[in-house]
Design a binder for this molecule. Structure first.
Ligand SMILES: [Zn+2]
Ligand SMILES: [Zn+2]
Length: 159
């Protein structure tokens, strides 16, 4: 099985681990479709079987904390809320807890944000988008589109 691990320098590397009686007997490192790399693509240091600090970018947590995070938080990367709770083990198979991982970002999951934060960010983006449209229209010498509120649109439709 290939797992993603994080090197001390922060670089993500894929590791294929072979075990016999819970003992790691061999590990092969892959990166970017390259087989059997011997040096870390991030820092150029030699890779060995015990290199892994913590796999993935998000730290393991308790079941309870994971359930709370998965139901109440959003991915800080894509703002998605579709999470997966996966067991977290170190390279020797030692159980460390569970990880809450975004189904879209997977091992690139960076952290979690609140619903309020996502709402504020989206409102900000909308304001920037409207400002951009207005300045583009001005540069092209055309009339900017009229932005209607929901209320205005409804009253124009006769509601
Ligand atoms: Zn490295
Ligand atoms: Zn995500």
């Amino acid at each position: 099985m290939i797992q993603v691990y994080r090197h001390y320098c922060g670089q993500l590397v894929q590791v294929e681990v072979f075990q016999s009686h819970d003992e790691v007997i061999a590990a092969f490192f892959h990166y970017d479709n390259q087989d059997d790399i011997s040096k870390c693509p991030g820092c150029d240091e030699d890779l060995d079987i015990d290199f892994c600090g913590s796999p993935w970018l998000v730290e393991p947590m308790t079941d309870e904390a994971a359930r709370y995070t998965a139901t109440n938080k959003f991915c800080s990367n894509c703002w998605g809320s579709d999470f997966e709770i996966i067991p977290a083990k170190d390279i020797h198979g030692e159980f460390l807890g569970v990880r809450v991982v975004c189904k879209t970002c997977k091992e690139e999951t960076l952290g979690y944000v609140s619903e309020q934060f996502v709402r504020n960010q989206k409102a900000d983006d909308y304001i920037h988008w409207r400002t951009d449209i207005a300045s583009i229209s001005q540069a092209l010498g055309v009339e900017p589109p009229v932005f209607r509120t929901e209320k205005q649109s409804l009253s124009e439709l006769g509601f």
